[in-house]
Design a protein around this ligand. Sequence first.
Ligand code: B12
Ligand code: SF4
Length: 482
Amino acid sequence: MSKVTLVFPRLKRESNVWAPLPLQAVAAPLLEDGFDVKLLDGRTFHPHIPRILSQARGSLYVGLSVMTGWQIRDAVAISRAIKDAYPDIPVVWGGYHASMLPEQTLVESYVDYVIRGQGQLPALELAKRLRDGQPVEGITGLCYKKDGKPVITGHPKLVDIDQFPSTPYGILDMEKYMVPDLGSRSMKYFSSQGCPFGCGFCAETSMYGRGWVGFSPERVVDDLERLVNDYGINAVDFADTNFFVSKKRVRAICEGIIKRGLDLKWAADVRTKQFIDFPEDLRQLVYDAGCRRLLLGAESGSQQALEHIGKQTTVDDTLHVSRICNDLGIITRFTTMFGFPGEPEKDIEATLRMIEGIKAINEDFEVHGFFFAPYPGAPMYQEAVRLGFRPPETLEAWADFDLTELHTPWVDPVYKEKVDMIIDFYMPFASPGPELKRLMAGGGPRGYAYRAMHKLAAWRVGNRDFRAPLEWQLKKRRSGRK
Ligand code: B12
Ligand code: SF4
């Protein structure tokens, strides 16, 4: 049987190891067509490269899924090892990074093909052509080399995902991916791809061109039922970038979950405005069907910044949605970003004010802060370059591009230090998530210290008084930061 090896390279940090959904999706049509698929998750065995090499022997190709940042480092090491051991096995890169920068990826000697966008169909077609000794030119989404030079083809549109066979969970040991999150056995699951909005900082637009495709509600409910029955899951975190695009689909999924009596808690990402626009009965249905946490991109408390990034929401929307979720009993998790072009210093104050507003509505929320990082392919990427951002120039240099760090020259170092202090330390302590709450509830001097820190952080954030931040300096020293 013809073999295809798919590899998920290691990540730098990952507190919970979620199943490699992108590769499970790519594997589904290959398996259905009779290919022998080896899916190897580099995060789950050690040392990983020798095992990948032994499994890859005789493959038609080895496909790697790669996100921008540290994962590139491991993907390069794996690709080089494959090429050294088996010069004739083609190495294929897919996923967000290679899709955005196919040329820079393909100039490397250890990458033979890049598949842009959705991988299910091109990965299958490539396997068939390599098996049958046919030329590979003309496969939608496939970039290749001709006379040693990259040939870049256009970015493909999203195709209907209901045509693909069920996700093959059984090709991995799913026990490794049962994460304690909303339930004791939580899993990530994807029910759609793409997002019709075009926020300036987000890679989604260029990856899927503002398209959106979703599984039918019946298929989603069947999948969830299968996951409950076969793997005993009790919670799901939807990996969709935008689960809530179709009201009709959301309604049918929720009704299906209730009708089949699936005892599931679930979490998903939603735009603030989207949830506000849902009729009240639908929001209630979402709760009744088990939704207990929503991740909302609040992004900024500055209306000017929201407009700049094309978020199409208001600060009032963020507060409004907090009220709605509070009334329903849904936990809110907000993401905020700092350092957009414009007036970043003023934005800190506005964002802290917004966070206070959320807190006044419900103490029980989480907030996460990030610096704006120009992602290749995101609408604001070119603006960032105009304003002096110097993107890495080689594939390997992108491995050092930590999307959680600051890369934008217009942000003053003093502002950066302040934001670091607030988002790394004071904000999480002032509005603690489940892990910190657990520590705060602990007994003894440790529990007392956490409770005291929470009080101090809440006071500092509330009064905007970050003078003499001794506790922050101590934390920095202990974690080895300068
Ligand atoms: C789950 C997830 C994670 C998991 C990843 C682990 C995992 N097991 O998948 C965790 C939580 C660890 C994670 C971490 C990060 N993530 Co993340 N993550 C996601 C998320 C929500 C879902 C991914 C998913 O499963 N999608 C479902 C699958 C089916 O779709 P897909 O990924 O698009 O895969 C398709 C194609 O890309 C392609 N494809 C993918 N791989 C391959 C390989 C081959 C060979 C082929 C042919 C095709 C192919 O075909 C697939 C099927 O159509 C996405 C957003 C999203 N909804 O996609 C963000 C996303 C992928 N993450 C993103 C980012 C930025 C990060 C972090 C940098 C965040 C951070 N600030 O730290 C880190 C990076 C990791 C690190 N620290 O080193 C960005 C990627 C941007 C970029 N340029 O790479 C995304 C797109 C979110 C966003 N819109 O900004 N993430
Ligand atoms: S940030 Fe969210 S809403 Fe905006 S384009 Fe990205 S996925 Fe869509």
